[in-house]
Structures are given as C-alpha cells and as structure tokens.
Write a protein that binds this ligand. Structure first.
Ligand SMILES: Nc1ncnc2c1ncn2[C@@H]1O[C@H](COP(=O)(O)OP(=O)(O)O)[C@@H](O)[C@H]1O
Ligand SMILES: [Mg+2]
Length: 567
C-alpha cells in the first residue's frame, strides 16, 4: 500500500488545471482513519482557495476506498475541518464521514460488479479515491433488467439514471416532495416513458389541478365536467349515497329507503347479459363474461359488483309507491325528504354528468370505452380533470374510478394493464383513518395490495407524505423522494428506506429542483438523480401558467380556500 502523496503533490493532483481526465480517478485523496462497520472516517487535506468543482469532498457524493481486489463505495454524509478554522493560504486537514454502501469487485476480463453490503471492511490507512465513472455507472446499472432512462446521476450528469419500468409500475411507486420541486413534471415524464415502453398500458390520472392534459396533447384524452358521462347507476350504493347526502352521514331511514328503492328500480330494468357488453366494446378485452369464481365475496372490502343500469324514473316511482302505501313502513316526511333530495340533485346542472346520458346507456361499456380507453385509439392516457367538478362528488368519482380500474384489469386477464395515478394522494387515502372516504380508501388499497396480480398499478404523488396512509406508502416499492423540508416527512422516508443508505435522507431538505433520491425495486441501488429536463410543452401546465384554462372555468370557493392554505 502506498503512503499518501506529499501535500504539495496532492494539491496539484486535484487541481482542475493540471488534472488529466484519464488520471484523475485513481489519485489518493484521503486515508481511512476510523471504521465502525457500516461507517468510516477519512482524513484528507484541502488547499485553502480550492475551487468548488475540483473539491471531491461534497456531502452526498460517492467516493471509493481501495482494498486491492475490490473498491468499497462510500457516501459522504458529514465532514468538518479538523481545526475548526480555515487557512486560506495553506492546507486544511478535514475529517470526512462516509457510509459504506457496498463494493465493486473486479471480475475477469475487466468485468466488474457491484454488491450492496460489505464483505471486507477497510483497514486503517486504506486509500480513498474519487470514484471512477465506470464504477458509478455499474453501481446504478440494472444488469439484465431493461432500463428506461428518466434522468441523470447528480454526481455525474454524463451517466444516465434508469429505472426498471416493469417493476416501477407493477410494484407501485410514489413521488414525494414539497410543492414546486418538480413532482408533476417528473410524473409526466415517467408516464410518457411508461406508455411508450408498454403498448398495453393505460393511465388514468386523477388530476386535481387540471394540469396534465397540457403535457400529453396527442396521447391523452381529457375528461372534465363538460365531457364527463358517469351514469348515476354505475356507483356503488355507498358512493351514490355520498353524492345524494352531499358527503354528510345519511339519516338512517333515508339511507335505508334509498338502498331499498334502488334495488326495486334495478329489478325493473332489463338485465343486460355480459356478452352484449363485450360486443359493444368491440375489443378483445372483456369478451368473456366475468368469471364468477374471480368475483369477490359480497362482504369483502371492494365488492366487484358489475353495475347494472336502472332508470331514475323507476327510482322516483318506487319512492312514490312507498309514500302511497296504506301501511306506512317509513315516515312520510322521511320519504318526501329523500325524494326532494333526489329531485334537487337531478335538476342541478352541475350534476348533469350523472343523468345526461344515463337513460340512453344500456351498459357500462361506453363509459369504459371513454374513460378507460378500450380501445385506446392511440390515446392511452386519460386525464381526469377534477377541478371543475362539484367537490361533493369527488369522493364518489375517485372511488368508482379506482374500483372500475381494478375490476377492468381483473376482467382483462393480462390483456389490459392500467396505472391509476393519484395526485394529492393524501386527500384520498389520508393517514387519519377518520378522514377521507372509506370506499375510495378501500378501492385504492385494493389496487395497492392485490393490483399487481391483475395488472392494476398505483402511482401516488403528494407533498405531504406524513398525511398519507402509511400502509399505502409501504406498498409503493419504488419511491422518488424529492426535496422535503419538514422533519416529520423526512422521518417517514427514513422509515421506508430498507437498505443501509439511510443517511442519504439527511440531504432531502437541501436537494435541488428536479432532483430526487430514488430507492426501491425499480432501481439498482439508491440513486441520487436529476430528472431529464422537459421542454415547456411537455410539462404539466400549472394553474398559474395557463391563465386561459384557469379563466374559462368557474372557481370554487373550496378550491380558493385550499389554495390559500397552500394545499
Ligand atoms: N423535468 C423538468 N424539466 C423542466 N422543467 C421542470 C422540470 N421539473 C420541474 N420543472 C420546473 O419547475 C416547475 C414546478 O414543477 P412541478 O412539476 O409543477 O412541481 P410540483 O408538482 O412538485 O409542484 C415547473 O413548472 C417547471 O418550470
Ligand atoms: Mg404538482
């Protein structure tokens, strides 16, 4: 083992002017002076006026510690000047703390591989080097798995940052970070790459800020309050009741009457055989009727009830019949109150999408064709613009969409894959079990827990990971952690990171826009990266950047209040 070069020479070696690029990597830049298993301390010296770019000692970077046949990869997480002062003219001894992430082992014929975990620890005096760019590449190389490039490494922008798209989708993912760091832009980028890589994939974006349609003008359809057709009969009872009672707990009797009369109205409607539905679709997906064996028991969390139509007129008639009964089963006032409630709903133009075409629709097929893109006609992405919808229906809409996405993937038996992308996911699946809408929570949880088997995938985006249901987050096997200033949010990420590189999380409060620490199943090793720069026309349009769109629709007071609160 060599002794460290003398100080003068050391300084010259890392000065940017004198350094030949091919030589730089293997120069000794420090020595291990302490090691405690997973961590080590490196002693080095730094010339007073050293320019930033030439200084290899930056928190967050990887360095290499040579052990002869192998090189240990260390992550710099802390450092200090030994004297606690800085000598501008001379050499400053520094102590650098590194976390040992794994090792690169040279194989035969120049082949090398990276293993996380350490088999041989560095002895005192082991030399530290700048990491070789080939090693850096190898550490993040997906090997046999097919990588899709979504960015570049922060440490070396010449090295692509790839993700395993199959795993990213199939094992669910989360994008977390403060507002404005680039979450939505990164999501738009990944969605574009995902549909390019998987021709079978459909994407349904729950878009609370009406921003995503801008990013995919040619590959998406936009569904908003004006173009939406979601017949009232398609909702599960709990969902429809949430609309009818405007999100408030229904009065016991009224809910009971609603349930009973819906059943009556359904029974009066001609039952549509499943094969008609498949014919209407004109697609191979859903050609087979649903296999009863695959249907879930009625009492389980997400009942796969295949919505059958009924007429609103039959519903009113059924209520009227109850009102006309000699022997009253329910108080007349309660019956009338429910009828008025339904009439008001029916007459309200803001709820037109529930009723406009409901009676002319014989099956659920047109809804599936429009929203779930069967066939996709070159537009596999559906941008579901929630901002213009009455806020009272958001719960029921999100719940029914998540539920249908799952049922459809299940019915497609591998021929249909769908990613449900939830922006502001903490609103649908809040950490506080008392908040949120139970059917939405159940439908999203079902995708998170079982979706993979059937091709239903979940992507969650939130600026408040602390307010997101931790069981949902724990089902997201790949996480892109972007800047998070809140200590509690950082704790959550720290708890979620399984591998040893937990000190990476310490940087979360200081990383730049577009930057992320990617960890989990879709990456080879925890990866500090920067998402590819998108052209302005590829970005989601924030409300602020698209005044035309924002002006055209009416603002809701809830939305204004939410904006004022920075939600
Ligand atoms: N990958 C990117 N390429 C180009 N610009 C970006 C990118 N990511 C973020 N930006 C810029 O940052 C702004 C905020 O990004 P956005 O994705 O809306 O953040 P968030 O969703 O986290 O609030 C964008 O309007 C854009 O100007
Ligand atoms: Mg956003």
């Amino acid at each position: 083992m060599q002794l460290p070069a003398d100080h003068r020479q050391f300084h010259d070696d890392i000065s940017p002017d004198r350094r030949a690029p091919s030589q730089a990597e293997d120069r000794i830049i420090g020595r291990v002076v302490a090691c405690s298993g997973s961590r080590a301390t490196i002693a080095a010296t730094v010339q007073g006026p050293l320019a930033g770019a030439a200084n290899p000692w930056v928190v967050g970077r990887l360095v290499s510690i040579s052990l002869g046949g192998s090189r240990i990869v260390g992550l710099v997480y802390e450092m200090r000047a030994q004297q606690g002062t800085w000598d501008e003219a001379g050499l400053n001894p520094i102590a650098v703390e590194v976390e040992l992430l794994g090792e690169v082992v040279d194989g035969e014929h120049g082949a090398a591989r990276f293993d996380s975990g350490i088999t041989a620890y560095p002895p005192i005096g082991a030399p530290a080097h700048r990491i070789r760019s080939r090693d850096l590449e190898r550490i993040h190389d997906l090997g046999q798995r097919k990588g899709v490039v979504v960015g570049t490494l922060t440490q070396d922008a010449a090295i692509p940052a790839s993700v395993d798209m199959e795993r990213l989708l199939a094992r669910h993912f989360a994008v977390l970070g403060t507002t404005g760091v680039g979450k939505s832009s990164a999501v738009a980028l990944m969605l574009r790459k995902a549909v390019a890589a998987k021709p079978n994939l459909r994407v349904l974006v729950l878009d609370p800020h009406n921003e995503y349609a801008h990013a995919f003008p040619d590959s998406s359809v936009r569904i908003d309050a004006g173009t939406l057709d979601l017949p009232f009969w398609l909702f599960r009872f709990e969902e429809f009741a949430d609309i009818v009672f405007r999100g408030r707990p229904p009065l016991e009797d009224e809910a009971e009457i609603l349930r009973e009369t819906i059943a009556v109205a359904r029974s009066r409607y001609r039952v549509v055989p499943a094969h008609d539905m498949a014919r209407d679709l004109g697609s191979s997906v859903l050609k087979r009727p649903l296999d009863p064996a695959q249907r879930r028991p009625a009492d389980s969390a997400g009942t796969a009830e295949l919505a059958s139509p009924y007429r609103i007129a039959d519903l009113f008639a059924a209520i009227d019949e109850l009102i006309g009964l000699h022997e009253q089963r329910y108080p007349r006032t309660t019956l009338r109150s429910l009828r008025v409630r339904l009439e008001t709903l029916h007459a309200d133009p803001r709820y037109g999408f529930l009723f406009a075409h409901a009676n002319s629709m014989e099956t659920i097929a047109p809804v599936i064709a429009q929203i779930f893109r069967v066939p996709h006609k070159g537009r596999p992405i559906t941008v579901f613009q929630l901002a213009g919808l009455p806020s009272e229906v958001l719960n029921a809409v999100a719940s029914s969409l998540a539920r249908l996405a799952f049922d459809l993937a299940m019915a497609g038996r591998g021929g249909y894959e769908i990613l449900l992308l939830c922006e502001e996911a903490h609103r649908y699946v809040p950490q506080d079990q008392a908040l949120g809408f139970l059917p939405t929570r159940q439908a999203i949880a079902r995708i998170a827990k079982e979706g993979r088997k059937y091709g239903a995938y979940l992507g969650v985006v939130t600026q408040r990971p602390g307010e997101l249901d931790p069981t949902i987050l724990s089902q997201c096997s790949t996480v892109f952690a972007m800047r998070l200033s809140n200590e509690r949010d950082q704790q959550i990420i720290r708890a979620a990171i399984a591998d040893a590189s937990a000190s990476t999380i310490a940087f979360l409060s200081s990383i730049g826009n577009r930057e992320a620490i990617a960890f989990g199943e879709a990456v080879a090793t925890t990866m500090r990266m920067r998402f590819l720069e998108q052209r302005p026309e590829e970005l989601p349009a924030m409300a602020g950047r698209a005044p035309a769109e924002a002006e055209r629709r009416e603002l809701l007071v809830e939305e204004l209040v939410a904006r004022m609160r920075g939600l």
